[in-house]
Design a protein around this ligand. Structure first.
Ligand code: GUN
Length: 285
């Protein structure tokens, strides 16, 4: 079994991006910019936003933080998004989720210009992904695809089981695997006998958000296991959605938690920002 080192792979992605950003500046006077909108005081969101700004600075992407009050009105956020849509310095826009309960999140996501949709959450980009058209794609699934590619696994013809059906991970990763000719099954909380389905999978994507739900002995010998879960236990330990100890004895490749998928998500956000900047500037090479 090989543990997939997401930290190292993400660092390599960032280092390539850093060169690319420097080249864009030198050749075109273009500095990619990412605007991050945070509404309220959610402690986890504050950490994510800080990490995103730090990662931007490291590769030379300009970042703009917009902090709105917990009680902000829908129109305040929509007004800010419209402003950012128009800004020449901003190529990517990210509104940190979750938003406070008074806000209609779907309406906010839909207000972001699809060309600046760094998260790939706009229905237009989701539809393009479904149709197999080029688009800005969600960061975590993009990161997962990079990790699988890094293992050298030929995805075509493999049985992939995705556990979780969120718009952020489950649905888009299923579409990406399908586009690469895997046979994809999506499992969720109502699926009968998940263990049986997982035991037939060559590729397992665990994105359901329940600590160590997927047991080691469910994993087929030689499977590639990607664990998207990050769960804090009462004793303070951080664990994934997969029972790592048992699964690692059977898998050919497996991601650890932390240090697997997590670092890739931010790296792909930076990549999407650079891609968006290129597209908006009409730079194709
Ligand atoms: N909250 C948790 N993950 C994400 C993400 O990838 N993007 C946004 N915008 N909010 C999040």
């Amino acid at each position: 079994m090989v543990t997939i080192n997401g930290k190292e792979i993400a660092a390599a992605v960032r280092s390539v991006l850093k060169e690319e950003v420097a080249a864009l500046k030198a050749a075109h006077g273009l500095t990619p910019g990412l605007a991050v909108v945070l509404v309220g005081e959610n402690p986890a969101s504050k950490v994510y936003v800080r990490n995103k700004a730090k990662a931007c600075a490291e590769v030379g992407i300009r970042s703009f933080q917009h902090l709105l009050h917990e009680k902000a009105a829908q129109e305040d956020i929509l007004g800010l998004v419209r402003e950012l849509n128009e800004s020449k310095d901003v190529h990517g826009i990210l509104v940190q989720m979750p938003l406070p309960p008074q806000i209609d999140s779907a309406a906010v996501l839909e207000a972001i210009s699809p060309d600046k949709d760094a998260d790939g959450f706009h229905p237009c980009n989701m539809g393009r992904l479904m149709a197999g058209m080029p688009s800005l794609q969600p960061c975590t699934p993009l990161g997962i695809m990079r990790l699988i590619e890094h293992t050298g696994t030929d995805i075509s013809g493999k049985d992939a089981v995705v556990v979780g059906r969120s718009n952020i991970v489950g649905k888009p990763i299923a579409l990406m695997l399908l586009a690469r000719s895997a046979t994809v099954t999506i499992c969720h909380s109502k699926t009968a006998d998940i263990a049986k389905r997982i035991s037939g999978a060559d590729i397992v994507i665990a994105a359901l958000g329940r600590p160590e739900f997927i047991k080691g002995d469910w994993i087929k010998k030689g499977a590639v296991v990607i664990d998207v879960g990050i769960n804090r236990l009462n004793d303070g330990r951080l664990v994934g959605d997969v029972e790592f100890g048992g699964a690692s004895k059977r898998a050919s490749f497996i991601t650890p938690v932390p240090g697997g998928v997590g670092p890739m998500t931010i790296a792909m956000l930076l990549q999407n920002t650079v891609t968006a900047a290129r597209l908006q500037a009409g730079i194709t090479v």
